[in-house]
Design a protein around this ligand. Structure first.
Ligand code: ASP
Length: 350
């Protein structure tokens, strides 16, 4: 057993880039540097009582802050390694990240940092720290407050006054400050007036007791397109799916099917999926509907998925499904065990 977090230890803030820290450049907003001084300046503008009650924090800036639209599974791996290296000396971790792929990174960290015994909170902003009316300071303030709550023992996403499970969240708005949602799982906490409130009954803490058992496999072999994401459209042809799945570099796929789990009734398409599964590729189906789960077998049109050995992602997000496939394929597991783990909730993702 680890001793658990020292609640007086400073929070570690890791800056990876994103709009929050961006500054205007000749071609548009670009990741800025010197985030610590800029953050402290922004937080110093809060009312004195709120400033005084903020937890102490230290800041670590990655070597090359990026626009998260360029993030890859390799970046997820590097970030998990950074957290694993530093977390013991901190009450909790706050990660500043671009919003575009924030939910993807959050899901991946949840799988890599399984069993984490303290808060790891990702946040960002829709407008840069120094922009008028920016949401950045409020998001950082809330994230820092959640980051010292010992009952929060998982990877979460804090945005616009709500704390969401990382592997359940999705970017939902392109402009609105309330940019994230968690369509199939209730919020873990929220800001009420100036206080942040945690709803521990929804957290992972109670069934994740014990020493952290991080899994930090090498994602490099999968980073160059090992898992693909394919959404059905009316008129989709078997040869189009075949063109992707037959490539030996592809080892897994997220299939976004109709409604409750249906596929066009096309034997050629079912054949392509069955062949890919038979070759040991991990195929997972989820619904194109943002709410609710897939359950194969309700309609004849869904039988093709089941017969082809496609796994049900139930109510998982596409982000979590993709990150979980990468995570499972990166480990030296028997195919049966991979399939079993995919169907098992590991970090409250399903
Ligand atoms: N393109 C930005 C990013 O994801 C968007 C943002 O941070 O809001 O890094």
């Amino acid at each position: 057993m680890t001793a658990g977090p020292d609640l007086d230890a400073p929070v570690l803030v890791i800056y990876t880039g994103g709009t929050l820290g961006m500054v205007p450049g000749p071609r548009g907003l670009t990741p800025g540097r010197d985030i610590e001084a800029r953050l402290r300046r922004a937080l110093a503008a809060l009312p004195p009582a709120r400033q005084a009650s903020l937890p102490a924090f230290e800041v670590l800036e990655t070597d090359r802050p990026i626009d998260s639209s360029s993030a890859t599974p390799g970046d997820w791996q590097a970030l998990a390694a950074l957290v694993a290296r530093h977390y013991r000396r901190h009450a909790g971790i706050v990660i500043l990240h671009g919003t575009d792929t924030l939910a993807w990174t959050a899901a991946s960290l949840a799988f890599q940092l399984q069993g984490i015994d303290r808060p790891v909170i990702l946040t960002g902003a829709m407008r840069p720290l120094e922009a008028e009316g920016s949401d950045a300071t409020a998001n950082v303030e809330d994230a820092l407050r959640f980051a010292v709550m010992p009952r929060l023992q998982e990877v979460a996403l804090c945005f616009a006054g709500r704390l969401l499970r990382g592997c359940r969240s999705r970017k939902w708005q392109t402009q609105d400050a309330a940019a994230f949602d968690s369509p199939n799982f209730a919020a873990l906490g929220e800001r009420v007036d100036t206080e942040v409130v945690l709803y521990p009954g929804r957290g992972l803490a109670d069934h994740q007791r014990g020493a952290p058992r991080f899994e930090l496999p090498d994602y490099a072999p999968l980073s160059a397109g090992g898992v693909v994401r394919l959404a059905l459209w009316p008129g989709l042809q078997a040869w189009q799916v075949e063109a992707w799945l037959d490539d030996e570099r592809v080892r897994g796929a997220v299939l976004e099917v109709w409604g409750g789990g249906n596929l066009p009734e096309d034997p050629a398409l079912a054949g392509v999926l069955a062949r890919a599964s038979g070759e040991g590729k991990l195929l997972a189906a989820l619904s194109q509907c943002p709410h609710g789960a897939v359950a194969f077998g309700g309609y004849a049109a869904g039988q093709g998925l089941k017969d082809a050995g496609v796994l049900s992602a139930e109510d998982m997000t596409p982000e979590a499904t993709f990150a979980k496939l990468i995570h499972l394929l990166a480990q030296p597991l028997e195919e049966r065990e991979r399939r079993r783990r995919f169907l098992t909730p590991l970090v409250g993702e399903r």
